[in-house]
Design a protein. Structure first.
Length: 372
């Protein structure tokens, strides 16, 4: 019993010693640990921004535009008659013809024989009428005789002699001479259609027929464009329309060719594109080096803008607001944009003494305190 009691007392003492030693070690380590909370007072630092002031001035209203070049005159040459295409002028794509040059010649022999037959028939009718003229209208016999003597089926028909009175007029009409005369005039006009000439000076862009082909009325023979004058349809913003008028000069350029031309506004469209709110501007231009279908860029100097400020696009928060600083505080300033360019915006509503933030706008907000 005494042995068991002694063993319990020893275990208790050892436990107390271990706990005491652990407590002392914990106290020592706790005393050596440093606080993670800084004793330094946090400073309230302000963001530094870049400021600029701007002065209003008069500015040239430069309107930028671009578009495809198209020939001002473009025509599809068609046939009005039927026949076999004759060998002759070689009409090929890219060939240049002057106005009035012969393009095509269609076999007109059948039409020519028909015309001569009609002329011969009229000559017969007049010859058969001459005895009656001599007996009933002797005062007109000489002029009809002269007309008949000069009559030639191989030459263009001349106008019938004018009647001396109503009785003679009715008599001639009863012989059906006027009907025959106008039929001949119609055939003469039709005979001229067998030769087809260039309607203007230009280049062939499409050739569809060659010698020996059977041509039908209405058939397309070739297409031509007038290379003396071109036109560009360039869209401009509706807000710029008030600065443009017909006759204004436009400086055009081709970046690919490195050339420039001067055109002018020939007319202004009336149909507005609902999607883009643009309106077409038609610019006429001529000169060497221009080609149908080429892409051109240009600038047009509109009416001068007075008392405007030129601001870089990068400083805008929205289409009509920027940041200014007053008493070291950022303020959202509403302005009036007048003209937008590729890199700058012309505005009104900004005072010369207002300080505009022109540096980076990242992280800035209205009411923020800043330094500069």
């Amino acid at each position: 019993m005494e042995k068991h009691t002694r063993k319990n007392i020893i275990s208790t003492i050892i436990t107390i010693l271990i706990l005491s030693a652990g407590f002392l070690v914990f106290q020592k380590l706790a005393a050596q640990k440093k606080s993670t909370v800084s004793d330094t007072v946090t400073k309230n630092e302000r963001r530094k921004v870049q400021l600029s002031t701007f002065t209003a001035e008069d500015a040239t209203n430069v309107i930028e535009l671009d578009g495809r070049l198209n020939a001002h005159e473009r025509v599809s040459v068609t046939s009005k008659v039927q026949g076999i295409m004759q060998a002759g002028t070689s009409v090929k794509v890219g060939r240049y013809f002057k106005k009035g040059d012969l393009l095509y010649s269609i076999d007109n022999r059948q039409a020519g024989y028909n015309l001569k037959a009609q002329k011969a028939s009229l000559m017969t009718s007049i010859t058969q009428m001459m005895p009656d003229i001599k007996f009933d209208y002797p005062q007109s016999f000489d002029k009809w005789q002269q007309y008949l003597n000069a009559y030639d089926v191989d030459k263009p028909i001349q106008a019938l002699p004018k009647p001396s009175n109503d009785q003679e007029k009715y008599f001639v009409s009863g012989k059906n001479l006027h009907n025959q005369y106008f039929q001949i005039k119609s055939l003469e006009t039709q005979l001229a259609d067998y030769n087809i000439y260039a309607p203007f000076s230009g280049v062939v862009t499409e050739a569809n027929v060659y010698a020996g082909a059977l041509i039908s009325p209405g058939q397309s023979l070739c297409s031509m464009i007038n290379t003396a004058l071109y036109e560009i349809q360039a869209p401009i913003a509706l807000q710029d329309l008030k600065y443009v008028k017909t006759g204004q000069k436009v400086q055009l350029r081709s970046d690919e060719l490195g050339k420039e031309w001067t055109g002018k506004v020939s007319r202004i469209g009336t149909q507005i594109d609902a999607a883009t709110q643009n309106i077409p501007l038609f610019i006429s231009v001529s000169g060497s080096g221009l080609k149908d279908g080429m892409y051109l860029k240009g600038t047009l100097n509109g009416n001068s803008l007075t008392d405007v400020v030129k601001l870089p696009k990068s400083i805008f928060l929205s289409p009509n607001s920027i940041y200014v600083v007053k008493d070291s505080t950022i303020i959202n300033k509403i302005i009036d944009p007048i003209k937008r360019g590729s890199e700058h915006v012309l505005v009104r509503g900004l005072s010369p003494d207002e300080q505009v933030i022109t540096g980076s706008l990242a992280g800035l907000f209205e009411g923020q305190k800043v330094t500069y």
